[in-house]
Write a protein that binds this ligand. Structure first.
Ligand SMILES: C[S@@+](CC[C@H](N)C(=O)[O-])C[C@H]1O[C@@H](n2cnc3c(N)ncnc32)[C@H](O)[C@@H]1O
Length: 278
């Protein structure tokens, strides 16, 4: 959390520059953002209206993947890195609806997410939630802090939803994923989703975002994103567009509504998957 040597939170928050977590919050229709976040979010929407659908479908993937992990794979521990600002159906709410004793550790490096972390710590009495202020590029620090809450002798589900796209190739995202998965025991899982470089208008919108934001996002090919699952057994249906991973009737409704709003239909330019460590 905030240590005495850190600069004041207001200084770290940088309300005068767009930040990833707050732009994402704006795209999801949230209110935890500032004018520069809304301006940059609206600029992306203008260049690529389908981004709002990508954001909503990524949250729906979180719900379906965490529900699958808790209800079908029997996972009781979750490490959610790149959590984002709290919204409806956060990881602990989905997991603890299935299994109230589930233990969840949230990790993000955005100071405003830290300010709102209290809303992520509303655990059931049987379970536990913790929040760690850390950078995904420091797996050792994350795993050490998470070990206060999670037992690494038992399977853990690592969720990286829209997180590895924040990491440039120069920081070797594949090795970051591998270092987070390495100490987790067999039966652990990875759920990951990210935007793809498969639409010219989206590529241009993200290039404009990168020029106008404190951080940057890196769209990748579906094959490149699939390589983050190397060494894991993919759960059906494999790596697919986020609109197509085990859709349920509520998602079909949401997909149709969002598609109508965005004037678009079919798969989105984002892929996701769930893999099991053998
Ligand atoms: C696109 S949002 C996704 C939020 C959420 N996972 C979701 O799917 O709705 C990306 C999140 O990753 C966080 N993030 C960006 N770079 C990060 C880093 N280096 N370490 C940890 N978190 C990071 C941002 O602060 C933001 O909350």
């Amino acid at each position: 959390m905030q240590s005495p040597e850190d600069p004041p939170l207001a200084e770290k928050i940088q309300a005068d520059t767009a930040h990833s977590a707050r732009v994402w919050n704006h795209l999801l229709g949230g209110r935890d953002n500032y004018r520069p976040d809304r301006d940059v979010g609206d600029m992306i929407l203008k260049l690529f209206p389908g981004i709002a659908r990508i954001a909503r479908l990524q949250r729906r993937f979180l719900v379906r993947a965490v529900h699958h992990l808790a209800a079908e794979a029997g996972i009781r521990q979750f490490l959610d890195v790149g959590t984002g600002l709290p919204t409806a159906d956060n990881t602990h709410e989905v997991a603890q609806r299935v299994a109230p004793a589930s233990r969840i550790v949230y990790v993000d490096n955005d100071p405003l997410v830290l300010v709102h972390a209290q809303a992520l710590l509303t655990s059931t009495r049987e379970g536990a939630c913790d929040y760690v202020d850390a950078d995904v590029r420091d797996p050792a620090a994350i795993l050490e802090a998470a070990s206060r809450t999670l037992d690494f002798g038992e399977p853990v589900a690592l969720t990286l939803l829209g997180t590895m796209g924040q990491i440039p190739d120069s920081d070797d995202p594949a090795s970051v994923v591998a270092r987070l998965m390495d100490p987790l025991p067999p039966g652990s899982h990875l759920a990951l989703s990210d935007g793809t470089d498969t639409d010219e208008a989206l590529n241009e919108a993200i290039a404009a975002y990168n020029e106008n934001s404190a951080s940057s996002y890196h769209l990748r090919s579906p094959d490149h994103i699939a390589s983050f699952f190397d060494g894991l057994e993919l759960v059906e249906p494999g790596i697919v567009s986020t609109s197509e991973w085990r859709p349920d009737p509520a998602d079909a409704h949401e997909a149709a509504r969002a598609a109508r709003a965005a004037g678009a239909d079919g798969p989105v330019d984002a892929v996701c998957g769930v893999g099991r460590k053998p």
